[in-house]
Design a protein around this ligand. Structure first.
Ligand code: PBG
Ligand code: ZN
Length: 323
């Protein structure tokens, strides 16, 4: 055949493919989530998420040390308190579980570690909603006030980045204002901007015991919408977000691309618990090649336009050379 174009030339050998690869996923692109409980010496595997653990603040330091050795420097913490009530008071209490986790890591690793904290009330409220509830409705503005206080407590503990995941209106601006008033002008905000009311959070809610009464559809986004993701993202940036997030990731690659094309700041996606557990269960059942599937999924998120990926796969993927 007399072909002008033979794209296979550049795919001929591993070295040629390595030379011409457009995308990569590296340790520096990954953010590792942790579920921090009260007490000490705790390290218990989470039933719905094989390979992911509940840890206490002291054990967290050891986990993170191992991760740091693999090149994972950025760590996202979710607090799970012993005490839950209607307003999530454990989330704002002095010396709360998240504050202890942050200060423990900062004491050990200083600026080598980047700490990120989830700012949301759902793991701290007895009704499991991300804000205050009255007569079956979510009260936006009082919830925002509480969320800002929660973020401030994390800042006082030395967190690098606070990450509001509640989806209340105006929370990024309120957090920025309260942080600045208290001289935390250097604490960054990673906003969960386009967070969908997704079925993929199931294993996480199990891990945090945070399944809500009813659903979250009055604050998390409708899965039918794409334009709205751009709208939410622009609002968060106007309110002072430093980075924005799309969540979940795999069923929302179109949204990642769309947001990437609209903004100039770093775009983060969250490869959520349900996506993780699907892969782990399929692999355990011998249905798929886990190494290749994890690599392919993470690359897809990067190719779609994510600068950074929050994922539960990072540690194993790096330790076993999958990426
Ligand atoms: C809390 C929060 C959730 C996740 C991150 N922050 C759950 C939810 O909104 O129900 C999900 C993370 C995951 O599934 O891995 N607002
Ligand atoms: Zn929440």
């Amino acid at each position: 055949m007399n072909l002008m174009d033979r794209p296979r030339r550049l795919r001929a050998t591993p070295a040629m493919r390595e030379l011409t690869a457009e995308t990569s996923v590296e340790a520096r692109h990954l953010i590792t989530p942790h579920f921090v409980v009260e007490g000490s010496g705790v390290r218990e595997e989470i039933g719905s998420m094989p390979g992911v653990f509940h840890v206490s603040a002291d054990t967290l330091v050891e986990e993170v040390r191992a991760d740091m050795d693999l090149g994972l420097k950025t760590h996202l913490m979710f607090g799970i308190p012993d005490h839950k009530d209607a307003v999530g008071s454990s989330a704002v209490a002095d010396g709360n579980v998240v504050m202890r986790a942050v200060s423990g890591l900062k004491e050990k690793f200083g600026d080598d570690v980047i700490t990120v904290t989830d700012v949301c009330l759902c793991a701290f409220t007895d009704h499991g909603h991300c804000g205050f509830v009255k007569d079956g409705r979510i009260l936006n503005d009082p919830s925002v006030e509480q969320l800002a206080k929660m973020a401030l407590s994390h800042a006082k503990a030395g967190v690098d980045i606070v990450s509001p995941s509640d989806m209340m209106d105006g929370r990024v601006g309120a957090i920025r204002e309260l942080l600045d008033e208290n001289d935390f002008t250097n604490t960054a905000i990673l906003a969960y901007s386009a967070k969908y009311a997704s079925a993929y959070y199931g294993p996480f809610r199990d891990a945090c015991d945070s399944a809500p009464q009813g659903d979250r559809k009055s604050y998390q986004m409708d899965v039918r919408n794409g334009r709205e993701a751009v709208y939410e993202t622009i609002l968060d940036l106007q309110e002072g977000a430093d980075m924005v997030m799309v969540k979940p990731a795999l069923a929302y690659l179109d949204i990642i691309r769309r947001v990437r094309d609209e903004v100039l700041c770093p775009v983060v996606c969250y490869n959520v618990s349900g996506e993780y557990s699907l892969v782990k269960n399929a692999a355990a059942a011998g249905l798929v090649d886990e190494a290749n599937m994890v690599r392919e999924n993470l690359l897809a998120m990067r190719r779609a336009g994510s600068d950074l990926v929050i994922t539960y796969h990072g540690r194993e993927a790096l330790a076993k050379g999958w990426i």
